[in-house]
Design a protein around this ligand. Structure first.
Ligand code: PHB
Length: 397
């Protein structure tokens, strides 16, 4: 009797059970969240791409590959270096064919600008993990940047130099967006503080002949130089040229953005970099428990490689995406809701807390003034001064 009755119950609830089970199955197989990652994985700037990818991978290793019940899938594409046509084609394919929910990565400004058109047209949120020309975030309302901008790190350095007895500077910067931004910001802030620019040169982005430019600096005999070249192989070549031509020994002060004393290559620069004063948002010896944990995990995961600022860009970019996805509960159907989640967001970065300016979608952060020193036999960027809460001055016109 009891058995018959329960069989009857089962029969009557069976259709409902099937519906519930089918729904559960659908949720488990709900569409993955796809992130199209465009980086320079090959070519002369492959190390920058590798650092960003390591940062992304470390974040996912520590936080898992699901957010709000959805699986995160990376679709990695190699732009091979500063080649905007390739970056644009890759972004188009990722958006139209692969239907990615996010674009992310971007070592280079020209590539980010090319992909920005795709982001704006298709309304695809795009997370900039390095590219640092001020204007990038204005090119699509769907762009957010977690890295830095050249004016953001340059203005504090120019002001520091003027306040510390440096009166005459010669500027050497790469002839493309970030170099123009760095030179423009340095000249404006330094001259406003009473300094004088005694010479400047804009060097080709690819394969510049540093010896010829450094000779010009030697002839001009300035008190200091201000340098920006993109991180990668060029900083070592540039710093070694200064040392070889005897300029560093002659007392010339070297000022640069932290790209030039990138932690990834600083050790291999050797003593040529010692004494250089730079400004940046991240040093791998930044003294905080968060950074110590980050460095430990990074070195353990990728063996003997130091995390550099690019790695932090990748790590924080993923943190931003995970936070935004949690805020929209994994529902990626409305890009405006995702962008609303990015705006005003705070991230506990290894560099210290950063926020996303809701008005510009650009990163607001502490900028550190550092000196290259040898500490326990290691050549590192020692932070000794800082300016908190720096917004991109490039947009405060
Ligand atoms: C850029 O192209 O925006 C860029 C590349 C490398 C850097 C900084 C900026 O180190």
């Amino acid at each position: 009797m009891r058995i018959l009755r329960s069989t009857g119950v089962i029969r009557s609830v069976l259709p409902l059970m099937i519906v519930v089970l089918t729904m559960a199955a659908n949720t488990a197989h709900a569409e993955d969240i796809k992130i199209g990652v465009i980086l320079s994985y090959s070519g002369p700037f492959a190390d920058n791409g590798r650092q960003i990818q390591n940062g992304i991978d470390l974040y996912m290793k520590q936080h898992g590959d699901t957010v709000a019940g959805k699986k995160i899938v990376l679709l990695k594409r190699d732009d091979t270096g500063p080649v905007p046509d390739v970056a644009k084609r890759l972004a188009q394919e990722l958006v139209t064919r692969d239907k990615v929910n996010f674009l992310a990565g971007f070592v280079f400004t020209p590539n980010a600008l090319a992909a920005a058109e795709v982001s704006a047209e298709a309304k695809v949120p795009m997370v900039i993990m390095n590219a640092a020309t001020s204007i990038i975030t204005t090119k699509s309302p769907y762009i957010v940047r977690v890295s830095f901008t050249l004016p953001q790190v340059t203005v504090p350095l120019a002001q520091w130099a003027a306040a510390h007895g440096i009166k005459q500077v010669y500027m050497m910067t790469s002839d493309y967006g970030p170099g123009h931004d760095a030179a423009g910001a340095f000249e404006k802030a330094f001259t406003a503080a009473g300094g004088q620019i005694v010479g400047k040169v804009s060097m080709p982005l690819m394969s510049p002949d540093f010896a010829a430019y450094v000779q010009k600096v030697a002839d001009a005999k300035p008190q200091a130089v201000f340098l920006f070249v993109p991180a990668g192989q060029q900083p070592t070549a540039l710093m070694k040229t200064f040392a070889e031509q005897g300029l560093t020994r002659s007392g010339l002060k070297i000022l640069a953005t932290g790209d030039v004393t990138d932690d990834a290559v600083l050790q291999s620069m050797g003593d040529a970099a010692l004494g250089a004063i730079t400004s940046h948002h991240y040093s791998y010896v930044h003294d905080s428990p968060e950074n110590k944990a980050f460095v430990k995990a990074y070195v353990a995961a990728f063996k003997d490689i130091r995390p550099a600022f690019n790695a932090v860009g990748g790590y924080d970019g993923m943190a931003a995406i995970y936070q935004a996805l949690a805020a929209v509960k994994g529902d990626v159907s409305d890009p405006d809701k995702i962008m609303a989640a990015f705006k005003g967001m705070t991230i506990d970065s290894p560099r210290g807390p950063i926020t996303i300016d809701p008005a510009t979608r650009d990163v607001v952060q502490t900028v550190y003034i550092r000196r290259v020193e040898k500490v326990d036999g290691e050549i590192v960027n020692v932070e000794f001064d800082k300016v908190p809460n720096v917004k991109d001055p490039g947009k405060a016109k």
